[in-house]
Ligand binder design. Structure first.
Ligand SMILES: Cc1cc2nc3c(=O)[nH]c(=O)nc-3n(C[C@H](O)[C@H](O)[C@H](O)COP(=O)(O)O)c2cc1C
Length: 194
């Protein structure tokens, strides 16, 4: 039996907010967008574009406009020496007029995060972003909606999954490890009847 690489990556993947300061090559970064490009798309309309930011100075500017780890801020925000080394901005090309763009984003971003995980690269998918500032910074035309930002880099922390016990809020322990509660399988899975 071949190893279950995809399933194992899905199970192991966690949001990463601390990164090694080793650059991710352009080849790997464009491979991540290639994985996104081939994701399922409603009506195959393909309304999404992707901007890779791998320039260090631009990354410093973009970092100012993305929010980190609402439940554990400011402790969960990457510090100097832990910063993302690249970013992917997910854009929706509005004139394409897709009615499923949000679903398309979900599929595309998950492809990126899983393909990244296989390379030892972690991602933080961020919806809490200052879209006006990001538009201004990169001169993004109004025809494009700024959906989200994926901050990424080589993984420098090991968050762990916890069984849900009444709160969905992830937390930090004294050693700085993030614990992420997930609902139990038998709480979300129904067999043959509701
Ligand atoms: C649509 C979406 C938006 C998110 N926005 C943010 C964000 O703005 N900042 C952040 O630190 N994490 C963000 N996250 C990451 C979630 O906090 C994270 O997925 C969740 O806590 C579960 O952890 P896990 O990804 O390790 O399973 C976002 C996740 C999704 C799916």
């Amino acid at each position: 039996m071949p190893e279950k690489y995809v399933y194992n990556a899905i199970i192991a993947r966690r949001t990463i907010r601390k990164f090694k300061q080793k650059p991710v090559t352009k080849e790997i970064l464009s491979g991540l967008v290639n994985a996104a490009r081939l994701a399922p798309s409603g009506g195959n309309r393909q309304p999404l574009d992707y901007m890779i930011i791998d320039d260090a100075a631009l990354g410093v500017e973009l970092f100012k406009h993305v929010r980190w780890a609402g439940y554990i801020a400011p402790k969960g925000v990457p510090k100097s020496g832990e910063m993302p080394t690249a970013y992917i901005i997910v854009l929706e090309d509005k004139p394409v007029k897709s009615t499923t763009a949000a679903y398309d984003v979900g599929a595309a971003v998950q492809n990126i995060m899983l393909a990244a995980w296989e390379e030892g690269i972690g991602c933080c998918w961020q919806g809490a972003i200052d879209r006006d500032k990001i538009r201004e910074l990169f001169k993004i035309p109004m025809d494009f909606d700024i959906d989200s930002v994926i901050s990424l880099g080589y993984i420098a922390e090991t968050p762990v999954v916890e069984e849900y016990k009444g709160s969905i809020k992830y937390w930090l322990d004294e050693a700085g490890v993030i614990h992420v509660p997930k609902l139990k399988l038998d709480e979300v899975l129904r067999w043959n009847k509701f």
